[in-house]
Design a protein around this ligand. Sequence first.
Ligand code: HEM
Length: 509
Amino acid sequence: MITPAELKIVATTIAVVIFLHYIIKQWLYRRTKLKRAPGPFPIWPVLGSLPLLGRLPHRAFYQLSKKYGDIMELKLGSVRTIVVSSPELAKEVLKVHDLIFASRPDIAAPKIIFNDRDIAFAPHGDRWRHLKKVIMLELLSAKKLEASKHVRDEELSSLVHQIFEDCKDGQPVNLRTSLSSAVMNVVTRSLIRKRYFSTDHTDDDSQEFKELSVKVMNLCGVFNISDYVPFLKPFDIQGLVPQFKQTSSQMDRVFDRVIQEHVKDKSKSDESKDFLDVLLSLPGVDGVSDRLDDITIKAVFNDILVAGTDTITTTVEWALVQLLKHPGIIKKAQDELNEVVGHERVVDERDIPQLKYFQAVVKETLRLHPAGPLLLPHESREACEVGGYHVPAKTRIFVNVWAVHRHPSAYENPLDFNPERFLGSALDTKGMDFQLLPFGSGRRICPGMNFGLLMVQIILAKLLHTFTWMLPGEESPEDIDMGEVFGVTIPKAIPLQVMPIVLCNSTSI
Ligand code: HEM
């Protein structure tokens, strides 16, 4: 019969042996002949360096890069991870070795919610290439964007009126809600000609759609420990899998209805066809089926909703935060709008090329507040070298653009919000300048880059052309809370509360 004291000794011995085995394994792994990038020793058994990341991994990686350098290797759970933090190394990953790093790791949320059929989390291959080409050609090309201009004009005019109504009683306004409804309407009208968000009607469909879109966004941004410690997968200790499954079935219900309506309505002229009609007319990606399967269509839709709405809303909100903190900058941007557009008419997308200072304000916002601070995770398809260090196949790669955008080799006083730095500079956000990568670069670059940038620019231009912006009550610019939350994007933790005041000479209302 073993006594409790003996049991304790056995348990302690087993724990010590496991711990020593882990430490020796890590030590041996680091002493292999291949040159490994420096990084923190993964002291925690099972979790490795995961506890170092905290709630804001982009900031934790940034701090760690100051100690270990612009390329680091970390063991996150059991996942070997490389983080790069400088423009030169970002170029090595996204340009020199673009093809090697063009894949994505296996992540539970999109796999279950989208039935493994979406674009953003798809591994590199024919299926991903084909679907990305379809959305770029049929939804996001310059021609399609021009054709959907009237949708943006209508929705953004409604947005301006909505803000006007909201601020009539002199109360502070939470802009985030009206911004995200307007962006969502632009996106859903282009996808399926349906406007879900409106103050004058709320049907069951709209309600369910709203709930679903919020749920999908939250679940895609959640940190799932089983993605890093695969042996915990069967235990699902955070209870996420049932939520993923339930969301997936709800998504099926909502989109099945929409697909059925489209399939039934065969009377549409070519001009009145939307993106879903186009998808329904395409052959299957397997090359055998005569039409794209419904699961893929639903996954592509959700990708666009998740990737395309929060990113735009978050960027506009941060731009306003920075402008409120810098009254001199907001004045310059509004003076330029007055000069170029005047107040006889509303600002139009076609004015943007003339608004040089305003464009610099948007670039500076995307620099300090990139909506995807770590891009989406990439994965190496084969072994290679980055920065002179060995990177094995199947390594997870984070390009920390949040750190790249603050790199002292790229920018003078990198922490200052200073749009002037872009005046007279040829730097742009299209993925060719590796010190400014809010949309990524290379094969995995954001396909919604032109649409996303245009939306951020035109929304912000309309807000600045119509209203002057004040903080509520006694609040001063220094009081604005700059805290972030990490998820699909990094929005401001506390939504911005503002007092818009209609400019006396505005023609937008
Ligand atoms: C301000 C707006 C936006 C920003 C800052 C942004 C940023 C990004 C970033 C950083 C990535 C990851 C790139 C990588 O992993 O290397 C990405 C991917 C993606 N974005 Fe965007 N995005 C925006 C708007 C949009 C819009 C409007 C859409 C669609 C309508 C969209 C669709 C996608 C898709 C489908 C991917 C996955 C691409 C792939 O895996 O090949 N994004 N975006």
